[in-house]
Design a binder for this molecule. Structure first.
Ligand code: NAD
Ligand code: UFG
Length: 343
């Protein structure tokens, strides 16, 4: 029996992807060091998929442990979610981010190569697009300028993309899909899994839901004078279940004989941009909760607009986002209100 190894599978996007992989009939093994998650998330996934999950508590930098996994199981592909993702923390502790994200990916790829496992799906980010160049160039397509990243987190993703491109040049039996996520929000419709940030969240939606539930008094909106329809920044929010489905399509593409882009690099977004105030308004309508907010200074590194041209994903892997901002808000709110303290 063949397995797909899911690194970081206990995390937010990983858990949602397990459900979609399971309904598509894939066998998988979760490999996660639980540095930003807990096994409780996997217990919930088991309830949803009504199946057991093979879980190995391990770090992707631990080659000995990875070798054991590749020795004991027939792994033919890897979806690599494992990584640290806080922009602010990466600025304070860049070495931690380069070690975990870049070194972690290198070790994993080395072991894959040793075991002749060559199919690899990588969680990249819209953050690889060059902020200085894209201020006014949205929607972003896969050929938009990349690289002038503004923080170590973004640089780690950009470095890994380049490593993957070089790896393919050296060994064209590798089949690689680089997925650039825009802004994932929302949760599974069951309301029992969702985003579970440690400490103070950095991202907009968990902050909105924590204000709605009464954990925080107000939301700070960073900037009210951007050149957008209401002065607040515009982003491409995408439902995490849509995002999860794209991973199934990406693996199927790598498994197919007519894969022609190496590495395949695609945007995962809806193609629609919403401002911070738009999101608050929709969330208030859906939840019936008022979100008190204050305007604060612009946040360093933010750009006015960032949204995807997702047409390449549709053309090549037959994927497009289906869920609306209303559904994203509804599902985020259901998860938060059912699980006030997360897992
Ligand atoms: P998450 O923190 O919920 O999940 C990441 C998982 O990886 C966690 O379970 C964590 O314990 C695990 N992990 C981290 N370092 C590890 C290591 N060295 N070895 C083994 N496991 C390790 O984050 P997420 O939102 O699910 O993100 C998944 C991936 O998608 C990350 O690589 C992230 O950078 C990328 N991404 C996320 C977003 C977003 O907004 N959520 C946007 C773009 C890209
Ligand atoms: N925002 C606020 N107040 C907050 C938090 C956020 O106004 O308290 C605003 C931000 O200024 C931005 C928008 O809400 O305009 C979205 O901010 P997020 O932090 O949720 O998301 P970002 O677009 O900054 O970044 C996210 C992830 C990155 C990823 C990027 C990809 O955090 O990891 O999307 O586009 F790389």
């Amino acid at each position: 029996m063949f397995f797909t190894l899911i690194t970081g599978g206990a995390g937010y996007i990983g858990t949602h992807t397990l459900i979609e992989l399971s309904s598509a009939g894939f066998n998988f093994i979760v490999y996660d060091n639980l540095s930003n998650s807990s096994e409780k998330s996997l217990e919930k996934v088991k309830k949803i998929i009504k199946k057991d999950i093979f879980f190995i508590n391990g770090d992707v930098r631990n080659k000995k442990k990875l070798r054991e996994v590749f020795t004991n199981y027939n792994i033919d592909s890897v979806i690599h979610f494992a990584g640290l993702k806080s922009v602010a923390e990466s600025v304070q502790n860049p070495l931690k981010y380069y070690d975990n994200n870049v070194v972690g990916t290198l070790k994993l790829l080395e072991v894959m190569q040793e075991f002749n496992c060559k199919k690899f799906v990588f969680s990249s980010s819209a953050t690889v697009y060059s902020k200085v160049d894209i201020e006014k160039a949205t929607p972003l397509n896969e050929l938009s300028p990349t690289g002038k990243t503004t923080n170590p987190y973004g640089s780690s993703k950009y470095m890994i993309e380049n490593i993957l491109k070089d790896l393919y040049i050296s060994d064209n039996s590798f089949k690689i899909a680089i997925l650039r996520y825009f802004n994932p929000i929302g949760a599974h419709k069951s309301g029992i899994i969702g985003e579970n940030p440690n400490g103070i969240p950095n991202n907009l939606m968990p902050l909105i839901t924590q204000v709605a539930i009464g954990k925080r008094k107000t939301l700070k909106i960073y900037g009210s004078d951007y050149d957008t329809h209401d002065g607040t920044c515009i982003r491409d929010y995408i439902h995490v279940v849509d995002l999860a489905n794209a991973h199934v399509k990406a693996i199927k593409y790598l498994n197919s004989k007519n894969d022609k882009f190496h590495p395949l690099c695609i945007n995962l977004g809806t193609g629609k941009g919403y401002s911070v105030l738009d999101v608050i308004k929709v969330f208030e309508n859906i939840s019936g909760q008022k979100i008190p907010f204050d305007f604060a200074d612009r946040r360093d590194g933010d750009i006015p607009e960032c949204y995807a041209d997702p047409s390449f994903a549709k053309e090549i892997i037959g994927w497009e986002a289906k869920k609306t901002l209303e559904q994203m808000c509804e599902d985020s709110w259901q998860w938060q209100s059912n699980n006030i303290d997360g897992y």
